[in-house]
Write a protein that binds this ligand. Structure first.
Ligand SMILES: [Zn+2]
Length: 494
């Protein structure tokens, strides 16, 4: 079977069912065949038609084509619309993928992630607001770079497989997580999550900012940004990131802001996550005024979480033009959820983030709807099409990528996912958006494309071994927690 499939893939005007195009099962040389397909797609003027699918565009008019088609040439969408019209306009495509029974829609965009934080699975979820000081910061001096890479590689594969085509990745040593992100084909804005407190003092309950730590963090942040920004056909970009106002000095934030201005980058920081008293003690002001006064509260900044905020904070955010990375699935487990409706009525732009819950973005979307309805005591607020927009185009816009990704429109980058609707949980389909949003799961995603390249086929990330990723991440977690226990006397955090 391998050779005929290879021939088909390289023939002009070849007709492939989606299974023939993306199923490993039909090909004896699985990775080799897909590589050939990818190379074919990359050639000059090579074109792919995906047809007979339900196409959910998430464009401004929220157009849905029940029998739709989309054409991709190199890395961009060149046509989208009703299948008969698109096929008439594009009679000579190189590869044709029959996608009946499938939904084609934009890839998900996650505006807040720490890829290596899969290390905290099963340790951080039940301990309330103490996770940052009790686990995250202490672990930052325990986890070795190669262990962080192993954990982040697993999360990256989980995200891609779940239809997430773009992430904002901020983390200690985020540089070590970049090569695998680049290799898999994911789109990302990445930054070192800087902090200049002394961890030794923190472990003794004191907040002390350390000039040497600051210098080293800034050097790592800037070196990484200069290395990564614009790589891989622009697929990788840099951001300047800080952890929280409680773990940052004014000097640190201002230096990060200066670099962002010089390189034209976005910035991001956790805010309103229970650090209010600490910030008042250390900086003698509020979280949001400290952020504002040090270059971390304006239209260039993505504020993360903001679930512990008062009306004054929301007013400050609204006046500043800052955007919100809303992570409802994470928020709900902390027992407090960002007041998104008030923020949006103040004009604050909102995107969605997975944070550390990598396995299924559909859970994040459903949480976004559920927490909004519980807060409002209204079962109709945040309709499913609005939630889908928040997970795609709205998130792209707050990352400054709205002109390039986030919807299926002619001229935009081809970042999309194909979902098989003929599955348990999705039948009868009835309404494609509602059925998918309320009943879909990562497991239903069949194919994912980023920048015109197929990166997931038949539900598997291309070019990696799932078994190896899982084993390496499990070993890394075991080793790191063993050293954590030796150093801190256990995992328990009060
Ligand atoms: Zn976070």
């Amino acid at each position: 079977m391998g050779l005929p499939s290879l021939v088909w893939l390289s023939m002009p005007h070849s007709v492939l069912t989606i299974y023939q195009a993306v199923s490993f099962g039909l090909l004896t040389d699985r990775f080799g065949s897909y590589r050939l397909f990818q190379e074919q797609s990359m050639g000059p003027d090579m074109s792919t038609l995906i047809t007979d699918a339900t196409v959910i565009t998430v464009d401004r008019e929220q157009r849905i084509f029940p029998t739709g088609a989309i054409v991709i040439r190199e890395d961009r969408i060149t046509d989208v619309g009703p299948a008969d019209l698109v096929e008439q306009r594009n009679p000579n495509v190189d590869t044709r993928i029959e996608a009946s029974g499938r939904i084609v829609m934009p890839g998900f965009v996650s505006t807040h992630n720490h890829l290596g934080y899969s290390i905290f699975r099963g340790r951080a979820e039940d301990i309330g607001h103490t996770a940052i000081q009790g686990l995250y910061v202490p672990m930052s001096t325990i986890l070795r770079r190669e262990e962080r890479a192993a954990l982040a590689n697993l999360s990256t594969a989980e995200l891609l497989r779940g239809g997430v085509t773009t992430v904002l990745q901020m983390e200690e040593d985020a540089d070590i997580t970049a090569p695998f992100v680049e290799k898999t084909g994911m789109r990302a804005q990445m930054g070192i999550m800087a902090s200049d407190i002394s961890v030794d003092h923190l472990n003794q309950g004191q907040t002390v900012f350390d000039e040497r730590v600051r210098a080293s963090q800034l050097e790592q942040s800037i070196t990484f940004a200069e290395h990564i920004h614009g790589r891989a056909n622009g697929r990788l970009q840099a951001v300047m990131a800080a952890n929280t106002a409680a773990t940052s000095s004014s000097d640190l934030l201002r230096a990060l802001r200066d670099t962002a201005d010089r390189m034209d980058l976005r910035l991001s920081m956790h805010m309103g996550v229970g650090e209010c008293d600490e910030v008042q003690n250390v900086h003698k002001t509020g979280v949001f005024s400290f952020a504002r006064d040090n270059g971390f509260l304006d239209e260039r900044v993505i504020a993360v979480h903001c679930y512990m905020v008062d009306k004054g904070d929301i007013d400050l955010m609204a006046r500043s033009g800052v955007s919100l990375a809303h992570c409802p699935l994470m928020n709900q487990f902390r027992g407090a959820v960002a007041p998104v409706a008030s923020m949006r009525s103040g004009g604050i732009r909102v995107g969605l983030g997975i944070d550390n819950y990598f396995s299924d973005y559909f859970d994040v979307i459903r949480s976004c709807i559920a927490v909004a309805r519980i807060r409002a005591n209204d079962p109709k607020v945040v309709q499913s099409d609005e939630a889908l927009a928040r997970a795609t185009i709205d998130s792209a816009e707050i990352m400054g990528l709205g002109a390039e990704i986030g919807s299926l429109e002619t001229g935009k980058k081809a970042d999309l996912q194909i979902i098989d609707t003929r599955r348990y949980g999705l039948t009868p389909l009835n309404d494609p958006v509602r059925t998918l949003i309320y009943h879909g799961h990562a497991k239903d995603i069949e194919m994912v494309m980023v920048d015109g390249q197929i990166v997931v086929a038949d539900g598997k990330v291309i070019g990696i071994s799932e078994d190896d990723l899982i084993e390496e991440a499990a070993n890394a977690g075991e080793a790191a927690w063993s050293r954590f226990a030796d150093c801190h006397g256990g995992y328990a955090v009060q």
